[in-house]
Ligand binder design. Structure first.
Ligand SMILES: [Zn+2]
Length: 150
């Protein structure tokens, strides 16, 4: 499955310049306690995002075939209704893509990067991740999926 993940990820990344380089994404005005930053920033790797997307895709296919799937994120996603499952898929991909961010807690310690912490971002906090996935990853993924039909 790992070879398959790699080849799908490469296909998704085909149209992305410098897919190995994390991209700087502004999350919005700083929402950390005490507002130490002008704006909050995350660094997202297209290649890591594509790899996680490929894993989710293959695991979802395996679930459909009735095969056992160990990936806990996929099991959570599969239990949700459509809209919520799409949202959680995006959060899981965003967590895999995020190599760094400047988010801090009230003690000034960095907030760990995970699907849970991204899911807990207040208000519109998670929107820039979803927009980034739509803009950077979705075209390559759609192009790859369309090759399956032919
Ligand atoms: Zn901040």
């Amino acid at each position: 499955m790992d070879d398959q993940v790699t080849s799908i990820a490469l296909a998704i990344c085909r149209g992305i310049p410098d897919a190995w380089e994390p991209q700087r994404v502004v999350l919005g005005p700083c929402e950390c306690p005490g507002n130490p930053h002008g704006e909050d920033v995350a660094y997202l790797s297209p290649q890591k995002a594509a790899q996680r997307l490929a894993q989710l895709y293959l695991a979802a296919q395996a679930l459909v075939r009735g095969e056992p799937v160990e990936d806990p994120d996929v099991r959570r996603i599969a239990l949700l209704p459509d809209q919520a499952s799409n949202q959680l898929s995006g959060i899981v991909v965003a967590a895999a893509a995020t190599v760094a961010w400047d988010l801090q807690d009230e003690t000034g310690a960095p907030i760990p990067i995970s699907a849970d912490t991204i899911g807990q971002l207040s208000g519109e906090g998670a929107a820039p991740f979803a927009l980034w996935i739509d803009r950077v990853l979705a075209p390559g993924f759609a192009a790859w999926v369309s090759t399956l039909a032919s």
